[in-house]
Design a protein around this ligand. Structure first.
Ligand SMILES: [Zn+2]
Length: 286
């Protein structure tokens, strides 16, 4: 027994010597000189993941030059600013990067999504030049996003989502994460088109119809159930059975995102069926 142990020890020593010999020539490639000390970076831990988990869209509510000024002063910022009519360089649309992706931009503010807060820490923010809405006697008239701008938003987002493996349900709007304060990027943002390019979530129509068909005709919506489903999907609300301002703004944000034809914030069967279809496809907020 003792002999075996000694033999194993000699073996280990021999291996160490061998590795030691190799290290003189090969392992010096793993050293980084940081001036006052050295770093050895050969080994990689398996327990790690991306800091960036979310992608949030905003509209600027002002023109490009004003937005550029606002987003480069010391109060608010975003990683990217997409012009309404992006210029081209070498046949490609140009986006303005204002904050490097490894740094935090200040775009989310007080917000929550899927049980997380301090969302600036873990997100990329894209501001898109768009006036938002204008009030007139008929109500709010929302500004559309044009085709070239959308093409650029898609190219940029596809790249970000791929590089950080951002889940579809984690690509949302400012209105989704701060529904009591924000309406951007509004009901005309092309979520479905982005989904068709692999960016963000969208319910399958067949599943929405399945859930609608499961209801009795004229069955009223149970507001508490709907609120709980929106919480399960990611929205932050205390479910309380009443469609107070908080509840109303969350239902409206959800509708602006997933059913922009009617986003009055009223609980209805189709809204609940869309929530069901999304939960079935993407799962509940863990
Ligand atoms: Zn915003």
């Amino acid at each position: 027994m003792q002999k075996l142990v000694r033999f194993a020890a000699i073996g280990a020593l021999f291996t160490m010597l061998l590795v030691g010999c190799q290290s003189n020539t090969q392992r010096k490639n793993y050293f980084i000189d940081r001036g006052t000390y050295m770093v050895e970076n050969h080994y990689r831990a398996q327990g790690s993941d991306e800091r960036i988990r979310f992608l949030f869209f905003h509209y600027t509510a002002e023109d490009f030059n004003s937005a550029l000024k606002t987003l480069t002063d010391e109060n608010v910022s975003a990683h990217y600013l997409v012009p309404a009519d992006p210029p081209q360089k070498d046949g490609k649309y140009v986006v303005w990067q204002l904050v490097p992706e490894y740094q935090r931009a200040w775009h989310a503010g007080a917000s929550a999504w899927r049980g997380r807060t301090n969302l600036n820490d873990t997100s990329i923010g894209i501001e898109i030049e768009n006036k938002g809405y204008q009030e007139n006697i008929l109500g709010r008239i929302w500004s559309p996003y044009n085709a070239q701008q959308t093409e650029l938003v898609i190219a940029l987002s596809e790249d970000i989502v791929r590089r950080y493996s951002i889940l579809p349900q984690n690509v949302v709007g400012h209105m989704d994460i701060a529904p009591h304060r924000k309406l951007d990027p509004g009901p005309l943002f092309p979520w479905k088109k982005l989904y068709e390019h692999g960016i963000g979530a969208w319910p399958d129509q067949a599943t929405v119809h399945k859930y609608l068909a499961m209801r009795a005709k004229d069955e009223p919506v149970d507001l508490l159930k709907l609120q709980n489903k929106l919480v399960a999907y990611g929205y932050s609300i205390e479910a309380n059975r009443t469609n107070d301002i908080e509840s109303h703004s969350i239902i409206a944000a959800f509708q602006m995102h997933f059913r922009p034809a009617d986003f009055r914030g009223l609980p209805d069967a189709e809204t609940e069926a869309i929530a069901d279809a999304l939960l079935e496809k993407y799962g509940s907020n863990p």
